[in-house]
Design a protein. Structure first.
Length: 161
């Protein structure tokens, strides 16, 4: 089975740096992205998330200073660029995702991600525990197939070829 993913920006930053949400060495985010690239699953972006990506994520990724000796970080950065710029990996819809009932239960800063996931009935991969809990406890999103996963849990899904 192939899965649709909405990848929270914190996954990209932590993957390049090889850390978890607490800045401890952890390669789960990097491994998730490598398997996403390898196993034909797709990342989806709607109009708002695409705008957010173009404005914030791309600039922030470029600002992370990597030493040439940091082979893992440089390699992960290249994988991220391949995922984002490869039309076979990233599905971009330039229509806006609609609001959904009880959006107030989702952290305000993450509503655009939840809307995107609801639009595509996709899995959200995030390191933000509060966001994961809010999504996974949201009846409407769950009924539409939306689930939020930590990268360690998402690895199990993207490992499926």
């Amino acid at each position: 089975m192939k899965y649709k993913f909405i990848v929270d920006e914190n996954i990209f930053y932590c993957a390049v740096r090889g850390v978890d949400e607490h800045n401890n060495k952890d390669y789960s985010s990097a491994r998730f992205l490598m398997l996403l690239q390898k196993n034909c699953h797709k990342m989806h972006l709607d109009k708002e998330y695409n705008r957010h990506y173009e404005k914030n994520i791309q600039n922030k990724l470029e600002s992370i200073s990597l030493k040439e000796s940091d082979i893992l970080g440089v390699g992960v950065a290249k994988i991220i660029q391949d995922i984002i710029h490869n039309s076979d990996k990233t599905i971009r819809k330039f229509s806006a995702s609609l609001q959904f009932p009880n959006e107030a239960a989702i952290p305000r800063k993450d509503v655009y991600i939840a809307r995107c996931a609801n639009h595509f009935s996709a899995k959200i991969v995030t390191l933000d525990k509060d966001f994961r809990d809010a999504v996974n406890n949201h009846t409407f999103l769950n009924q539409n197939g939306v689930k939020a996963l930590h990268p360690k849990d998402a690895i199990k899904l993207v490992s499926e070829a």
